[in-house]
Design a protein around this ligand. Structure first.
Ligand SMILES: [Zn+2]
Length: 292
């Protein structure tokens, strides 16, 4: 059961943690991702969920990582209701392992390019900002983004462990941020705790539900859980929405698709396929007869 939880401490440190194993596995199956694509998209989805919602603002976050590696664009939308969707341009990418058993996400994403983050709500105007890719490993790139674009020093750790048979074994991560009132002692303590923790993927492998993770990272502090909600892969597309798009086509484009027996539309974000028969389209494109 995937979740996101948020915590504050009396010492001025705040932390969000997410376990996203099923969410990443759903993306993997939907897009037929190969392992390094699963790791890249899984890290990006987890990172965007951690960035979305914030502690008080109900924000959605779109994350677009455009590196010079073979994956192409990694795009994720995380919504404040903790649903997330996303894709990579090239799901069937294979790059040599970094070392035994370690997928080289940085090589697949590429270490030159741009991280673009858009924060948006129903009410406020969109806010988009970019920063250069640092390593293509995603956690480091997001931390750099937060520091340079939003002036929030953060430690981000993201991990996706993929089985040789391609399925997602564990996925998740956390973000730790210092509030302006954080003491130097608290900062030093949390840094020491994170160093002792080691890679989050290893931790999740041993603790698939993330049990004890927060207590380890925030050890020595007074912890207060302020948020705990389920997370899932979910797209906002629908058959009606695609029908609406078809209705906005120009007349000659409408005639062109009517030449096919069947029209297939594929959602970029979730790979759902929608089929419209010629008869159905003809009906849709014919203006309703005027009733006298
Ligand atoms: Zn979709």
């Amino acid at each position: 059961m995937d979740y996101i939880k948020r915590f504050t401490t009396r010492e001025g440190i705040r932390m969000s943690v997410a376990v996203t194993t099923d969410t990443v596995e759903t993306a993997r199956v939907r897009h037929d991702l190969w392992p390094v694509a699963t790791a890249a998209l899984g890290r990006a989805m987890t990172g965007a969920l951690l960035l979305a919602g914030d502690f008080k603002n109900h924000e959605n976050v779109s994350l677009r990582i455009k590196g010079d590696g073979p994956l192409g664009v990694v795009h994720v939308d995380a919504f404040s209701d903790n649903t997330v969707r996303g894709y990579v341009d090239e799901p069937h990418v294979d790059v040599p392992l970094k070392y035994a058993g370690k997928l080289d996400v940085g090589a697949a994403v590429g270490n030159h390019g741009e991280v673009q983050v858009t924060r948006f709500t129903q009410l406020a105007q969109d806010y988009t900002s970019t920063s250069p890719i640092q390593s293509g490993e995603i956690a480091e790139d997001l931390a750099y983004y937060l520091y340079t674009s939003e002036q929030v020093p953060s430690t981000i750790s993201l991990g996706v462990l993929v089985d040789p048979d391609y399925h997602t074994i564990v996925a998740g991560g956390f973000i730790v941020q210092a509030m302006p009132d954080a003491t130097d002692e608290a900062l030093a303590l949390v840094e020491k705790n994170i160093n002792e923790l080691g890679p989050v993927t290893e931790y999740l492998k041993a603790h698939p539900n993330g049990e004890g993770l927060v207590e380890k990272v925030l050890e020595g502090m007074t912890i207060n859980e302020v948020y705990n909600e389920p997370v899932e892969f979910k797209c906002r597309c629908s058959r009606d929405r695609f029908a609406g798009v078809l209705m906005t086509l120009r007349e000659d484009d409408k005639s062109a698709i009517l030449e096919d027996e069947q029209t297939e539309l594929v959602c970029h974000y979730c790979n759902e396929k929608y089929h419209f028969s010629r008869e159905e389209l003809k009906d849709m494109f014919t203006p309703a007869s005027v009733v006298q």
